[in-house]
Design a protein. Structure first.
Length: 64
């Protein structure tokens, strides 16, 4: 049961991170990938790989 809750938490955090990334962060990490089509394609990948996306996003904010 704990594994199921952990998976659910991973999915929820992934969806929230992906939505925030697609709305606000994609232009910081990939400045030329800000089209609507690119954002739609980024959404499922960002939800699945949200820890990596979050690390890249935070690193790109520190560079400025």
């Amino acid at each position: 049961m704990i594994l199921l809750y952990a998976l659910g938490l991973y999915v929820v955090l992934g969806i929230l991170t992906a939505i925030a990334f697609v709305i606000f962060g994609v232009t910081q990490v990939q400045p030329h990938a800000a089209t609507l089509g690119a954002r739609i394609l980024f959404l499922p990948a960002a939800a699945a790989l949200w820890p990596y996306i979050l690390i890249r996003w935070l690193k790109s904010r520190g560079d400025k």
